[in-house]
Each structure stands twice: as structure tokens, then as C-alpha cells.
Design a protein around this ligand. Structure first.
Ligand code: ADP
Length: 271
């Protein structure tokens, strides 16, 4: 895949004093964050802390009451959003929606619209690299609506990456993935991040994953309560500030499945 020839400078994400009120709730009460390019950052926080609202602001789907959001050095708008990939929590598909994975992926790029008719050799060459890494080749002829949660998430990531984004936003990407698949899924995102050098923002309830994979963590609860390296943020005081409860931080020093009642990884499940 070719990279864009001109890349404007500036951080991947700049948010200054963003405020959003929804109904009678001040959901974002002055969020400020600056994400330098190339980082893999995690956004954590309890249910209702505004994580999805913040992502919606970055995607131009939610307007601010005040403050400013810039991505890739530009105000949020269609032009810059063409350089941003987004993977939703889940996609509800009608079983009668019979589009295949190949047809779905071919919608993403003008130069791939002919995939459906092209030779497998040509398709294989297009899938080389990132898409091969995602393991979507074996799914190409499957109906999109028949995939498992984990398979569908891989296809959605492939779909995002086909447009060669500079910034990839993932909203709890393992919400529909079974537990054994979660770790390999995050490792996959991590290796894509390392290889392509793009900026990744992951919303996650899985603090054990954050500890292992993220290079920087933002803890949100209407405002950014704290930010820093995972080992700094995932300490008891920071988590108490973000979650408003006492939790024991997870330290990744075991090498197998935990069997006893000690130090279980913290995972805040969504509603
Ligand atoms: P999170 O993703 O961290 O769980 P959300 O951004 O989804 O948090 O929601 C933050 C808060 O905003 C919640 O209290 C939620 O009930 C409220 N909220 C979200 N959308 C709306 C809406 N359209 N109208 C009123 N309140 C909303």
C-alpha cells in the first residue's frame, strides 16, 4: 500500500476544553487531550463516562457545546475524516443481507471495486500484508452476516485499513468477541500499529489489555482524570479517581491462567 505523499505535521488528535451536554447531563465537562502521532493509546473509564461521546466528537457525529477538536492538524470534517478509520463496537446485520466479505471490502476503494470479478491472484496480491495478517482471505466468499463476532471485527478492521488511514479509532473492539479470542485480537491490533506506524485509539474496558498493549492511557470520567504510561495510570489512586471506587490494579506478572482468588485482572464490562 502506498503512503500519502504529503503528511501535515501536528498531533494526531488535539482536544481543547471540549464540553458536551446531552439531555440534562454534562457528559464532557472540559476534556483536553493531545495525542502525538504514532501512539497506540487507550481510553478507559466507567460506563457513562463519555468515551463513546468523545469518539463521536472525533468522527464529527457529535457537535461540541464549546471547545475545539482537531484531528491530523485539521478541524473535523469530511476531508480529514477520509484519513481516519473507525471500527464500531458491533455491527448489527440482517441475516437476509447477503453481501459477501469480498463485495463488502470492494466497496471501500475505487481501485478495488472490481474485486468481485478479478482473478484470485490479483486479490491475493491486494490482500498481501495487512489484510493477510488479519486472516480475512479465508473469509472472502462467506456472507458478511454469517460471520462470528471476532471474524466480523477482523473484516471491519480490514475495511478501515484499505483506505490507508493515518488514525484508527476502535470502540471496544472486542465487545462481540469471545474471551479466548480477545488477547490475540489485541495483539493483532498492536502488530498492525507497529508495522504501519499509524496512530491507534482504543476504547476499552479491559484494563489487563491496556496494561499490556497501550503505550499511553487516558482515564476519562467527564474530564480526563489522569493520563500517562499504563503502569502510572493503572495504580489504585488513578483508578479511584476515574472509576470513583476502590479497585486493585492488575500487575502483569503471572505466566498462565490464574486459578486462585488473588489479583484477578480488572475488566469493567459494559451494560
Ligand atoms: P461511555 O461510552 O463511557 O459508556 P457515553 O458517551 O455512551 O459513555 O455516555 C455518556 C453519558 O451520556 C451517559 O450517561 C449516557 O446516558 C448519556 N447519553 C449518551 N447519549 C445521550 C443522548 N443522546 N441523550 C441524553 N444522554 C445521553
Amino acid at each position: 500500500m502506498s503512503q500519502p505523499t504529503t503528511k501535515p505535521s501536528g498531533p494526531a488528535i488535539e482536544i481543547r476544553d471540549a464540553r458536551v451536554r446531552l439531555g440534562d447531563t454534562d457528559v464532557l465537562r472540559g476534556v483536553t487531550m493531545m495525542v502525538p502521532r504514532g501512539r497506540m493509546v487507550a481510553l478507559i473509564g466507567p460506563n457513562g463516562s463519555g468515551k463513546t461521546t468523545l469518539l463521536r466528537c472525533l468522527l464529527g457525529l457529535q457537535s461540541l457545546d464549546s471547545g475545539e477538536v482537531r484531528i491530523l492538524g485539521e478541524p473535523v470534517g469530511p476531508k480529514v475524516l477520509s484519513r481516519v478509520g473507525y471500527v464500531p463496537q458491533r455491527l448489527q446485520l440482517e441475516p437476509s443481507f447477503t453481501i459477501s466479505v469480498r463485495e463488502f471490502l470492494s466497496l471501500r476503494r475505487r481501485d478495488t471495486r472490481g474485486w468481485f470479478w478479478q482473478s484470485h491472484r490479483r486479490i491475493d496480491s491486494m490482500l498481501h500484508g495487512t489484510l493477510g495478517e488479519l486472516g480475512v482471505e479465508s473469509l472472502l466468499d462467506r456472507p458478511l452476516a454469517g460471520l462470528s463476532g471476532g471474524q466480523l471485527q477482523r473484516v471491519l478492521i480490514a475495511y478501515s485499513l484499505l483506505a490507508e488511514p493515518e488514525l484508527l479509532l476502535l470502540d471496544e473492539p472486542t465487545a462481540g468477541v469471545d474471551t479466548p479470542g480477545e488477547q490475540s485480537f489485541y495483539e493483532l491490533i498492536s502488530s498492525i500499529h507497529a508495522r504501519l506506524g499509524l496512530t491507534v485509539v482504543l476504547v476499552s474496558h479491559d484494563l489487563a489489555m491496556v496494561f499490556r498493549q497501550a503505550t499511553w492511557v487516558y482515564a476519562l470520567n467527564g474530564v480526563i482524570c489522569c493520563e500517562g504510561h499504563p503502569e502510572e495510570v493503572l495504580n489504585a489512586d488513578s483508578l479511584k479517581a476515574a472509576y470513583g471506587i476502590h479497585v486493585t490494579p492488575y500487575h502483569h506478572h503471572h505466566h498462565g491462567p490464574q486459578t486462585g482468588p488473588v489479583e484477578q485482572p480488572i475488566a469493567f464490562k459494559r451494560r
